[in-house]
Write a new protein. Structure first.
Length: 126
């Protein structure tokens, strides 16, 4: 399922914007492609990222993958629970498995809505 209230990057990160705070995670499709996560590397609070910049990585039994910021901003919170429980990303990618929260520094550009993201996934699956 692809939540309609989120925006998506072509690199499979999602973003939920609430005022000037953006919560970021990876999509259900991305975590399914990776398999069971064994490690999540996140930035430090206070780090800043431009839209599209690499901000961390995830590792699974099958592969490692970089994480890219779908929006620019300053890290105000990281999901510290993932350090001991990276499987939360697999179990609940849109809720408990969020990765970071950014204070937004600019308008996001080029993000996809749920329908456009679904079309992207379907095109990649073939």
């Amino acid at each position: 399922m692809i939540p309609a209230d989120l925006k998506y990057a072509k690199s499979h990160e999602w973003v939920r914007i609430d005022g000037d705070i953006a919560t970021i995670g990876i999509s259900e499709f991305a975590q399914e492609q990776l398999g069971d996560l064994t490690f999540v590397e996140l930035p430090a609070v206070g780090d800043t990222f431009e839209q599209g910049a690499e901000f961390g990585s995830v590792e699974s039994v099958k592969a490692a993958s970089e994480l890219y910021a779908p929006i620019g901003g300053e890290v105000v919170e990281i999901n510290e629970e993932l350090e001991d429980a990276p499987e939360k990303v697999n179990e609940s990618p849109y809720d408990e498995g969020w990765l970071i929260k950014l204070k937004i520094s600019g308008e996001p550009e080029g993000l996809l809505d749920a329908d456009a993201y679904k079309a992207l996934i379907e095109s990649e699956a073939h």
